[in-house]
Design a protein around this ligand. Structure first.
Ligand SMILES: *Cc1c(COP(=O)(O)O)cnc(C)c1O
Length: 399
């Protein structure tokens, strides 16, 4: 399973395959979505054996909430992707983040959190953790010295690489070394890499969190998250918390994710190729002040990206030399890019990043009046480039 030596592209095609029916010797290829609430047992011995194994921390089929075969197959997929030994599913990426925090922190504890993480982590801080007596300190991962920020009660170092909005690459091996010295658990949001092009656990993190909503699902039609670890002690804490908090995902969503992930290698490579083509076009336009995309040689994170990543994806941001009013004309003039949150599906998306959400990112140095975040989809890149060109022309004409 997680230790399987086969290439990940092969494992993604051979995980979640239906078993043969012993009577007919036949089977469908893919596992169907196995839906249930109640699990029935053949006799009391079978039930008691399941209970005993569950008490010992094993994953057993005992009740619908933790899911049956479809869920197990998807957990295996995430373990293969992230090179982890344990996986816990959650109904969204954000709830996977919440599961990690709730599993690793108690009242009186403190955590260091990179200032470039997914925005709603601030809501988790304000609305929940602060009420529980848990304190977070947001820090600039490429500027602040962690050694000076660690307190006696600091337990967790939480990061995201590349960072949300501007794709700031972090040095995970260096952060892991610092975390180890201070006895902190390093948790990394790996939604960008989705385990396919970036593997935080292999680079020294103990917990990787992924929004399966994005590239794993890949078709903008499901919400799902996963918490993966290769530490048995941490796994026990996540397991107990997941159970106690009643996390559950539907078999249909697990099935959609399994179906989507088969083409992850193809999709990711094409998103990356298309995004690079779009970057090369935008770099020549005078309306563009700066591009953020670590696979681009001009990006400050490019050396780290080359060292630690095995590929890229369709995410990029551009700081525009246009005033906000003209940037709005640009976004509205796009025809092939939908205006919307999220990313990782087949389609191109644009988001006008609010100045307030950038304000907290110390990586942001005011490189232009407006920032647009683009998800470059699987359309033909020449069509996307033509669309961007006409929208930039429209915006310039609106001066
Ligand atoms: C989208 C996203 C999440 C949250 O995932 P949901 O499934 O939308 O809750 C978490 N982290 C990052 C980096 C994301 O982009």
């Amino acid at each position: 399973m997680a230790s399987d030596s086969k290439h990940i592209d092969t494992l993604l095609q051979h995980t979640g395959i239906a078993d043969f029916d012993p009577a007919s010797g036949a089977a469908p290829v893919g596992l169907p979505p196995v839906r249930t609430s109640t699990v029935r047992f053949q006799n009391l011995d079978a039930l008691e054996t399941a209970e005993r194994r569950k008490a010992a921390g094993e994953r057993v089929v005992a009740y619908g909430r933790m899911g049956l075969d479809t869920h197990v197959a998807l957990e295996d997929v995430f373990k293969h992707l992230e090179q982890g030994t344990h996986c816990y599913l959650a109904p969204s990426g954000l709830s996977a983040i919440t599961l990690a925090f709730m599993s690793l922190l108690s009242a009186g504890d403190h955590a260091l959190v990179a200032d470039n993480v997914y925005g709603p982590v601030h809501a988790l801080d304000h609305a929940v953790l602060s009420r529980m007596g848990i304190e977070l300190t947001f820090f600039a991962p490429n500027h602040d010295d962690i050694d000076t920020l660690v307190r006696p009660n600091t337990r967790v170092l939480y990061v995201e690489s590349p960072g949300s909005l501007l794709f700031e690459m972090l040095d995970i091996p260096a952060l892991a070394e610092k975390a180890r010295r201070h006895g902190l658990v390093l948790v990394s949001d790996n939604t960008w890499g989705s385990g396919y092009i970036y593997k935080p656990l292999a680079l020294g993190a103990q917990v990787s969190v992924v929004a399966g909503t994005k590239y794993v699902g890949g078709h903008s039609d499901l919400m799902l998250g996963a918490v993966v670890t290769n530490d048995a002690g941490i796994a026990q804490r996540i397991n107990k918390t997941q159970y106690a908090m009643g996390y559950s995902i539907s078999a249909d969503d697990a099935w959609l994710a399994l179906r989507g992930v088969r083409t992850l290698p193809l999709r990711m490579a094409q998103h990356a190729r298309n995004a690079l083509r779009v970057c090369e076009f935008l770099a020549e336009r005078e309306e563009v002040a700066r591009l953020y995309h670590p696979a681009l040689p001009s990006d400050p994170g490019h050396a780290l990206w080359r060292r630690d990543c095995t590929g890229s994806n369709g995410m990029m941001a551009a700081a525009l030399r246009l005033p906000m009013a003209q940037a709005r004309v640009f976004v509205d003039a796009l025809k092939l890019f939908s205006i919307g949150y999220s990313w990782g599906g087949f389609e191109s998306l644009v988001q006008l990043v609010s100045p307030q959400s950038l304000a907290g990112h110390r990586y942001w140095r005011g490189d232009g009046p407006a920032v647009v975040r683009l998800h470059i989809g699987l359309e033909a890149p020449e069509d996307l480039i033509e669309d961007l060109a006409q929208a930039l022309d429209r915006a310039r004409g609106a001066a």
